[in-house]
Every structure is written in structure tokens, then in C-alpha cells.
Design a protein around this ligand. Structure first.
Ligand code: SF4
Length: 281
């Protein structure tokens, strides 16, 4: 049995479990099983990205996380994978599971319990002696807070990494794509902070938007390259991806997935400007 077949079996098992916080997925970006941690089962996020796949996305506070429940779900997921790996004589779970990723249905770092949840993951992996990579997938909007910075230092100590969202090369694009009124310059300052604390990849969704009967690729390449130029030696690289699954947002009626040739063009141009790029269509 291969990793992807084991994931299908795992998905069937999880469907019977009614877990609140843990959701294993097959990650095309991580190329394997990714154990997601969702600190926002209430679907609340402080951004409202045009391509967001969270149904019923809303603005609102983070819910209180029941840490013992989170811990039990994580341990059960890891135990299931470990048992199946042994039963089928396949690679140990540490190589089957590509990462444990804080992501979910809202921005993980807006939860006041994010640092505590990160510690819980760290202790669980240490206790089970599992060298699994821990990732934070973030919109970067909370990097100004000391408790988030401290958590990222802990993530760094775990050899973890951050995927930092940057979908724009201008203030207008941030508003149109992320529904965020944060100026791009301030977002880039937060990216700089992130890079000083932990290994950081920039992750960018390339989309085509219909505006006044015109199709506009976003982020527009010149502004995006200009924005990132000063970070070339600070970031680990760029993860560029198209929209594989349909957006669940109303504003998505003006949205189209970027074509493979658009993505290839962006990759070529970014590499020509010296960036390390990994692309997912
Ligand atoms: S930051 Fe993530 S969860 Fe929040 S709206 Fe954007 S894509 Fe959705």
C-alpha cells in the first residue's frame, strides 16, 4: 500500500470520528499526508480571501479550544497511521506524514491559544519520538504581537517553517484579493519579522479576475517582483499555486483559475529574477 492509498483509508476512518480540530488531507504542496490543525472550527477569519475554500466564512472571534480534545484527536490520528503502517509493512509514519500544519478554517495566529497548541504538538511529537515537520500556514496579520513572535521562535526551535501568504503587489490587490485593508508595506514589514524568527516561504495564489470586462492576472508581476525584491535572500522561496478547488465566496463570480501556461510564465519570470520557486497548478 502506498501513502496515497493509506490516506484514502485514513479519510474513511476520520469520516466516522467527528473530530473537531484535526483533519488529515492529501497535500499537493507538501506531497503527502498533511495533518491539519484547525483552531477555527467556527469558520471565522480576519481576512476574506476571494478564493477561500471555507464554506460559511465569517468575521468574528476565535473560539475557545478544548486542548485535551485537540491532544486526544492528534494522538489518535498518529496512532492510527502508525498501526496501519505496521500492518501493511510500509514506511514509518514519520515519512508517511509530510507535516503537521496549523491552517484550518481561519487564521491560526488569531487564536490566543495558538502558542499553547504549538507547545502541545511539540510535546506530543517529542513524547512519541516522531520527527515530523511542523508548519504554520498564515496570512501573517498577527506578526506584530510578541506572543506570536515568541511562538515562531518555538517553531524555529522545532525546525519548523512558516508559509506566509502574499497574494498582492499593491494595496489595491490586497483589498481585492484578501479583503484586507492592511497596506502592503506593513504586510511586508511583518514578512520581514517572520523571516528573522523562522524559516519562511512566501505562498502566493495566482488568480485571474474579471474587472470591467477585462481579465486581470493577480498579483500583477511587476508590482509583485518589486515588493519581494528586498526579501530574495531572506525567504526560503516562493510557493506559487493556482486555485485547484472552487472558492466558496460570493465575490468569486469574477474569479477564474490561472491557466497552467500563466503559472509557467510566472515561474519563468520569477526564476529569471533570481527567486527560488516551487509551483502547483
Ligand atoms: S486567510 Fe485563509 S482562511 Fe482566511 S480568508 Fe484567506 S484563505 Fe480563507
Amino acid at each position: 500500500m502506498e501513502a496515497q492509498a493509506l490516506f484514502s483509508k485514513l479519510a474513511t476512518y476520520v469520516a466516522t470520528q467527528n473530530w473537531q480540530y484535526i483533519y488529515p488531507v492529501w497535500s499537493r504542496r507538501a506531497q503527502g499526508i498533511s495533518i491539519g490543525i484547525n483552531l477555527h472550527p467556527n469558520h471565522c477569519c480576519n481576512w476574506h480571501c476571494i478564493y477561500c475554500q471555507v464554506p460559511g466564512l465569517q468575521r468574528g472571534p476565535s473560539p475557545v479550544i478544548a486542548m485535551p480534545v485537540l491532544q486526544a484527536e492528534l494522538e489518535e490520528c498518529l496512532r492510527w497511521i502508525s498501526e496501519q503502517a505496521k500492518t501493511h509493512g510500509i514506511a514509518p509514519e514519520a515519512s508517511l506524514v509530510q507535516d503537521i500544519a496549523f491552517a484550518g478554517d481561519g487564521e491560526p495566529t488569531t487564536s490566543p491559544q495558538f502558542p499553547e497548541a504549538l507547545k502541545l504538538v511539540s510535546h506530543t511529537l517529542a513524547h512519541l519520538q516522531l520527527p515530523i515537520l511542523v508548519r504554520l500556514i498564515t496570512n501573517g496579520s498577527q506578526l506584530q504581537h510578541a506572543h506570536v513572535q515568541l511562538a515562531l521562535q518555538c517553531l524555529h526551535a522545532l525546525n519548523g517553517e512558516v508559509w506566509f501568504k502574499l497574494d498582492a503587489g499593491s494595496d489595491a490587490e490586497m483589498r481585492a484579493v484578501n479583503d484586507s485593508h492592511v497596506p502592503l508595506a506593513l504586510h511586508l514589514q511583518r514578512l520581514r519579522t517572520c523571516c528573522t524568527l523562522c524559516t519562511t516561504w512566501v505562498q502566493t495564489a495566482l488568480v485571474s479576475r474579471r474587472v470591467d470586462e477585462q481579465i486581470i492576472k493577480t498579483p500583477a508581476l511587476p508590482g509583485y517582483i518589486k515588493a519581494l525584491q528586498a526579501y530574495q535572500n531572506k525567504i526560503a522561496g516562493i510557493l506559487l499555486y493556482g486555485i485547484a478547488r472552487p472558492s466558496q465566496q460570493m465575490a468569486a463570480t469574477c474569479l477564474q483559475a490561472a491557466s497552467d501556461s500563466d503559472i509557467e510564465y510566472y515561474v519563468r519570470e520569477l526564476r529569471a529574477h533570481g527567486f527560488h520557486v516551487r509551483a502547483f497548478s
